[in-house]
Write a protein that binds this ligand. Structure first.
Ligand SMILES: [Zn+2]
Length: 64
């Protein structure tokens, strides 16, 4: 199983980012101060994970 590359997107002050799932193209808003892994509401794939007070994502960031 290939480990996806997680990147840390830039965020505006609203604190939410819209992320597109790389597996099923579902789009959902994620609060960037997450404390646990964020999974896709449709397919259950990991969209983002917490790191140092914000998140990293392996999905496509649509809105920042
Ligand atoms: Zn998905």
């Amino acid at each position: 199983m290939v480990e996806s590359k997680f990147v840390k997107p830039k965020f505006k002050k609203r604190g939410f980012v819209k992320i597109k799932c790389k597996d099923c193209s579902n789009e959902q808003y994620v609060f960037y101060r997450v404390s646990s892994n964020v999974t896709c509401n449709v397919c259950g794939s990991t969209l983002a994970k917490p790191t140092g007070g914000s998140l990293e994502t392996n999905g496509e960031v649509i809105e920042e």
